[in-house]
Design a protein around this ligand. Structure first.
Ligand code: DGY
Length: 331
């Protein structure tokens, strides 16, 4: 799909994105915008090289794509200086390679904070109250009357909520979990307008959070230091009836160890938005009743997704036109 075919700057979006604001921004600023409408969900490096072609000023890409040495050198050969991920996370982007080829990298923080935190909060409550299991039970026609022990779950009020990675999203999540009484974070807790809605304790170690919290939500970035942050050993120190929520990146959790842990501890529950080898789940996970799994939708509200698309366009445009870039991890 091509917009403003005679535009001076050739910008590619590797996927159609929500809303029209981002399209208008680019075409109003003399860009020829090409949106890839290939049916394939995940584009390969070769697909993207073909899109970049001989001349390309900037690319808006997606977190499913491998933006490394090969793509940045292709973009640079085509005269491109700007790349933006339509995501806050940029673990799919080799920022050093981009810098080496003179390409500025953008990401889209801020607009997805509350939306992502809301999904983490939803998974927390859904896991605590076994909502998905109960829904499946109803639909299967198994409900034949109220019973004292039917889908008994955890009461969150009075429990300790642990947050690992209390940055923007983790702190927004913590503020939403006012239904609990104590908040235990590994790292800072960013209060909104100086208020502190819950009892906050800052843990000295991550192990302290894992041992003491009844519900733990993971919000770190993925890098070498957080790969398999939650492994077999750390799972084993968590409470047997704890709930673990992950809306960060799949590889933060050793998913094979997690499946084993879920099998051995039927009262342990998880809510997962992300997976180690997306789009796949490790064998056994889909069979676990004590797991809720959703397809990486934490930022999927209309407002947020349109905001992400707009920020990604602004990042690319900023570099091309010399305006300030919204968010630029390699500067
Ligand atoms: C991100 O932005 O990094 C999310 O994972 C997708 O919204």
């Amino acid at each position: 799909e091509v917009w403003n075919p005679n535009g001076k700057y050739r910008v590619i979006s590797t996927k159609p994105m929500p809303g029209t604001r981002w399209i208008n921004l680019l075409i109003d600023q003399d860009c020829r915008l090409e949106i890839c409408t290939q049916k394939k969900t995940i584009l390969s490096v070769e697909d993207i090289i073909a899109l970049i072609g001989e001349k390309c000023d900037g690319v808006i890409g997606q977190l499913t794509e491998d933006w490394g040495e090969v793509l940045f050198s292709a973009l640079s050969r085509a005269g491109g200086k700007a790349f933006s991920n339509m995501a806050v996370g940029y673990n799919n982007v080799d920022v050093n390679a981009a810098t080496k080829y003179g390409v500025s990298v953008g990401n889209t923080p801020g607009v997805l904070t509350e939306t992502t935190a809301e999904l983490a909060a939803s998974l927390s409550v859904a896991a605590a109250r076994r909502i998905v299991e109960a829904d499946e039970f109803m639909r299967a026609g198994l409900y034949d009357g109220w019973l004292p022990h039917l889908f008994v779950g955890n009461l969150l009020k009075g429990q300790t909520v642990g947050v690992i990675g209390a940055g923007r999203i983790g702190s927004a999540y913590a503020r939403m979990m006012v239904i609990s009484l104590t908040l235990l974070t590994y790292g800072e807790f960013l209060k909104a307008n100086g208020e502190q809605p819950v009892t906050w304790k800052r843990a000295a170690t991550m192990e302290e959070v894992l041992r003491e919290a009844d519900l733990i939500s993971l919000h770190p970035i993925l890098d070498k230091t957080t790969y398999h942050l939650i492994n077999k050993e750390r799972l084993s120190i968590m409470k047997k009836e704890a709930i673990l929520v992950n809306c960060s990146r799949g590889p933060v959790v050793d998913e094979v160890a997690l499946v084993e842990h879920l099998k051995e501890n039927p009262m342990f529950r998880v809510g997962l938005d992300v997976f180690e080898d997306e789009p796949y789940m490790k064998p056994g996970l889909a069979d676990m009743k004590n797991a809720i799994v959703v397809p990486h939708i934490a930022s999927a509200s209309k407002w947020t997704r349109e905001g992400m698309a707009t920020l990604a366009a602004l990042n690319v445009l900023g570099k091309i036109k010399g305006y300030p870039i919204w968010s630029n991890p390699n500067q």
